[in-house]
Design a protein around this ligand. Sequence first.
Ligand SMILES: NC(=O)C1=CN([C@@H]2O[C@H](COP(=O)(O)OP(=O)(O)OC[C@H]3O[C@@H](n4cnc5c(N)ncnc54)[C@H](O)[C@@H]3O)[C@@H](O)[C@H]2O)C=CC1
Ligand SMILES: O=C([O-])CC(=O)C(=O)O
Length: 329
Amino acid sequence: MSTPVKVAVTGAAGQIGYSLLFRIASGELLGKDTPVELRLLEITPALKALEGVVMELDDCAFPALAGVEIGDDPNVIFDGANVALLVGARPRTKGMERGDLLEANGAIFTAQGRALNDHAADDIRITVTGNPANTNALIAMSNAPDIPTERFSALTRLDHNRAIAQLAAKVGAPVTDIRHMTIWGNHSATQYPDLFHAEVGGRNAAEVVGDQDWLENTFIPTVAKRGAAIIEARGSSSAASAASATIDHTRDWLLGSAEGDWVSMAVRSDGSYGVAEGLISSFPVTTSGGSYEIVQGLEIDDFSRGKIDASVAELAEEREAVTSLGLIG
Ligand SMILES: NC(=O)C1=CN([C@@H]2O[C@H](COP(=O)(O)OP(=O)(O)OC[C@H]3O[C@@H](n4cnc5c(N)ncnc54)[C@H](O)[C@@H]3O)[C@@H](O)[C@H]2O)C=CC1
Ligand SMILES: O=C([O-])CC(=O)C(=O)O
């Protein structure tokens, strides 16, 4: 058997963790033939619950699961990690925006950024799911000066998948017919799910829909506010779908996105599409072998420009807020 890939997961005893860990262990992240060692981080009071989850992992007898370590010290849990899925953070509750969590959750990502910097393997790839995901990724990245900035990403794949599902339902097509979906900006209510570059069966999605009112007043708000709708209905925030998107995002990054398509990832802006350099903002990207490239050359009309600018402005405000909290230098 080859050397196991060390996958660190934070917040492992939480809702998302309960779905995510079993899918990683069953081979859905790295393939069924790749052995994986799970390294699970929790806060001290949650370690007992985490022990119960580990008992359940044992009870699945997953062939690819080579080992499990648990603990409350990121310096130990991140030691030698090849992949880190930073999920552990407080979720919002009814009436909150994700940005309201900045103060509560931001500090988690300074300590974890430093611990990754000092202990992770040289090939580390980091996905931030914990909210507010983009700015938490910015905090972790800013506290890990020795890790190349392109190893940090934040999750907008759930929004991307939601947008595909909404479009497919509207036009009566299978989700497999939808390509080139893009989420721009922040994982927040200002995000911009873009139908002008998406395709249904090879045809332009906005044209197939042919209904600007639906696009502006139904599609965009439904996707952008889906998290709140789930909190309203379930009483707690999305979990299984968030775990599924975390797998999709990280698997595609490591193993490659589908030929002829692209995915949405929040990554450090290099200034593409006028997004201020250094912000962690969602872009259309192609991926292969642990690298991504921002898709270039898309034409952005005035409508899309306004939407992208509004979301990026919010990211800039969040960066200012965490700078004044002393979370980034
Ligand atoms: N980016 C996205 O698309 C989505 C993000 N989320 C976010 O993911 C995060 C986790 O959500 P849930 O699993 O539902 O929450 P949860 O409350 O069920 O679990 C969070 C876990 O993190 C742990 N934790 C807190 N501080 C920690 C630290 N310093 N180190 C390690 N673990 C720590 C807690 O003890 C808890 O077990 C929330 O911030 C939520 O808003 C949720 C859905 C989608
Ligand atoms: O809405 C929330 O707070 C949880 C989340 O990020 C999502 O479901 O997209």
